[in-house]
Ligand binder design. Structure first.
Ligand SMILES: C[S@@+](CC[C@H](N)C(=O)[O-])C[C@H]1O[C@@H](n2cnc3c(N)ncnc32)[C@H](O)[C@@H]1O
Length: 218
């Protein structure tokens, strides 16, 4: 069960996340016990053809409580979205919503999304990679933890099919500039119609930070 599950993280790797366990409430434990297995993917490497036939597959790193995941899944019922998160209370929220709304095109993994992408996803197999409001790691000495840095972006590129996209958003202008620099063929874009305003986004807006929507197409 996820309550006791150990997060699969590789020693020596620069993590893009805080190792916070987060208090899990009774309701969240109920959701994890009852709904997580409905959406969990088995350990990889994954063969999407075998798992999902000819359906398109998108991959979301750091889905949080899954507001964007759910928005996308509802708007694109024929596409599979694999959402990865390292924070258990957030994952419990997502599986509870996905269960209540019967969103069978959502799949989840409680793991480091960077490792999962690298080790379990075949090259040229994804239609898109999403990461909304990835942790900005604003202190200079922490910049190396950012998700959108050259070596991870190069790995993301390998996993995308030709014509695949990376879609992200940030409220952190300086990180947004870095994203535009490291993501090939990237540009400021308009907000996807299916993407709701997330909890993290609301914090940025409350602090008068501008939201940058960024899209990179291979
Ligand atoms: C600032 S929050 C944004 C959450 C959500 N995308 C949103 O827009 O509300 C960033 C999230 O990414 C998760 N995260 C960061 N690095 C990750 C990784 N390598 N694998 C999985 N989750 C990660 C964190 O746990 C956190 O929940």
């Amino acid at each position: 069960m996820l309550e006791n599950a150990r997060l699969r993280v590789e020693p020596g790797v620069i993590r893009t996340f805080h190792a916070r366990r987060g208090r899990v409430t009774k309701n969240q434990i109920f959701a994890l016990e009852n709904y997580f297995s409905e959406f969990e993917l088995p350990e990889g490497p994954w063969d999407f053809k075998e798992l999902f036939g000819d359906k398109k597959v998108v991959f979301e790193i750091g889905c949080g409580s899954g507001e964007s995941t759910v928005g996308f899944a509802k708007a694109n019922p024929e596409t599979i979205i694999i959402a990865i998160e390292v924070h258990r209370p957030s994952i419990s929220h997502l599986v509870e919503t996905a269960h209540k709304e019967d969103l069978t095109n959502i799949k989840v993994a409680y793991s480091d999304g960077v490792q999962v992408l690298r080790d379990w996803v075949q090259d040229k197999s994804l239609t898109a990679i999403f990461a909304f409001f990835p942790d900005p790691w604003p202190k200079k000495r922490h910049n190396k933890r950012r998700l959108f840095r050259t070596e991870i972006v190069e790995m993301m590129q390998k996993k995308l099919k030709d014509g695949g996209e990376i879609i992200t958003a940030t409220d952190w202008a300086e990180y947004g500039q870095q994203m535009l620099e490291v993501l090939p063929n990237s540009k400021l874009s308009i907000r996807p119609t299916w993407r709701p305003t997330t909890k993290y986004e609301r914090k940025g807006l409350a602090a008068n930070r501008e939201i940058m929507e960024i899209q990179a197409k291979l």
